[in-house]
Design a protein around this ligand. Structure first.
Ligand SMILES: *Cc1c(COP(=O)(O)O)cnc(C)c1O
Ligand SMILES: [Zn+2]
Length: 416
């Protein structure tokens, strides 16, 4: 009989210790995040990629390589199956003939954090969790609070005071136990760590539970399936905690094992960060295996304001093993790219996602990316969650009865 999930165990990528997946597990004894392992040989024998075609357009179509064993435990709001679209006009401007957007702005809760929340909360429910806590820069807390409410799990969420206002409201409306901190996500993390120690509740912090990666890795499966089971040449990812890029790398290796893609060529993975919070870029430039805490970090791309990521060594490994790189972009560059994408292609992307377009342009200019290469930029969320990043200038207020004259395209904001 075929199984719903081929999960086999949890494994430490640092010391190789194995853990039982049927019990609640957090970090390895050695302090490293744990990764989920599957019986991929059995998946190969039982699931063909042709069979996937008829399944619903949801991340759960890949359920054999997801950790939830009983279908009844799935908490879903219709996540996954986001568009992968060619951007010809922007591509021409940037000198990239095959520039694509994977648009996670079109997903419940308005950010790709939903993928991690759906899989993470579903598995928590399967494990009998009734209460969880997490620090967040906003989007993860919003997604986890909403999915937790659907699952009947209580969620305690701690976020910086200046996290995007909408994410605070999402937690609140979901009935989450919301706390604000006058500091960074790292400070929020300390508050949560203390709470966990003293209350014994489930720690849903980034990478402190093994299942969020599994939700995010489905972006990798989707990109490849949407390209007709071909891997792109380059994938650019806005990197904060790095869960998405670790997940996409994991997805590529799993698909090779299953035989859904050929062994050999992997996409070159690019970690993109903001100049004012670039610990991974600094580490990559020096060829280091781990990053150093980035002091006084700040950026309008809030989701990637992470001064030190627990999984930094896994992000760097993914970059090194795929001949990728790490790039930092300035606030001006990312805001300009955000404007280009909206005014040339119609996608109102989030500032985090915009960093990947600014980086693609830079890497093309430097010759690191070739004109013909297939390049996928990951937009991780909806621009409409960040109204404050758009600065409207020179718009006149009319009075009833005023007359309006047509402007020539050169004078206006048209396709800037
Ligand atoms: C959290 C977040 C990121 C960074 O995600 P990681 O996978 O943790 O690196 C990027 N963009 C947005 C919109 C986010 O909310
Ligand atoms: Zn370990």
């Amino acid at each position: 009989m075929t199984k719903f999930s081929y999960i086999s165990h949890l494994e430490c990528p640092k010391c190789n210790e194995r853990y039982d997946e049927s019990k609640v597990q957090q970090l390895c004894k050695c302090g490293s995040p744990l990764l989920v392992r599957y019986n991929l040989k059995k998946v190969k024998e039982n699931v063909s990629k042709e069979e996937l075609v008829n399944r619903p357009k949801s991340l759960w179509r890949y359920h054999e390589v997801l950790p939830v064993k009983n279908e009844e435990h799935i908490i879903s709001l219709g996540e996954g199956g986001t568009p992968l679209e060619h951007l010809p006009t922007l591509g021409t401007k940037y000198g990239l003939k095959n520039l694509y957007i994977k648009d996670e702005g079109i997903i419940p809760t308005g950010s790709f954090k939903t993928r991690g929340a759906s899989v993470g909360v579903s598995k928590a429910k399967e494990l009998g969790v009734t209460q969880l806590a997490m620090p967040t820069n906003g989007n993860a807390g919003a997604a986890w609070a909403l999915y937790a409410s659907k699952a009947g799990i209580k969620a305690t969420i701690v976020m910086p005071l200046d996290a995007p206002l909408i994410t605070r409201k999402e937690v609140y409306i979901a009935g989450g136990d919301l706390h604000l901190i006058n500091g960074l996500i790292s400070d929020a993390g300390k508050v949560v760590a203390h709470l966990i120690q003293h209350e014994g509740i489930y720690d849903a912090s980034t990478l402190k539970e093994p299942y969020r990666i599994e939700g995010k890795k489905t972006m990798g499966y989707e990109i490849v399936e949407q390209l007709g089971w071909k891997v792109p040449d380059v994938i650019l990812y806005p990197t904060g905690g790095g869960v998405g890029i670790i997940g996409i790398y994991k997805a590529m290796l799993e698909m090779q094992e299953i035989g859904w893609i050929e062994k050999g060529k992997l996409p070159r993975l690019v970690a993109v960060q903001a100049e004012r919070c670039a610990p991974i870029v600094e580490a990559w430039k020096k060829g280091e295996k781990e990053s150093v805490f980035f002091e006084n970090s700040t950026t309008c791309a809030f989701g990637i304001n992470v001064p030190k990521a627990l999984g930094d060594f896994l992000v760097l490994e993914a970059i090194y093993n795929t001949d990728g790189c790490a790039v930092a972009v300035s606030e001006d560059e990312l805001l300009e790219a955000q404007k280009h994408v909206a005014s040339l292609e119609g996608n109102f992307i989030c500032p985090e996602g915009a960093t990947t377009f600014a980086a693609a342009r830079k890497l093309r200019e430097q010759g690191w990316i070739q004109e013909e290469e297939l390049v996928v930029c990951l937009n991780t969320g909806a621009g409409i969650k960040y109204p404050e990043t758009v600065d409207i200038q020179g718009v006149q207020v009319l009075q009833p009865g005023d007359t309006l004259y047509a402007q020539s395209p050169q004078d206006s904001n048209w396709r800037d």
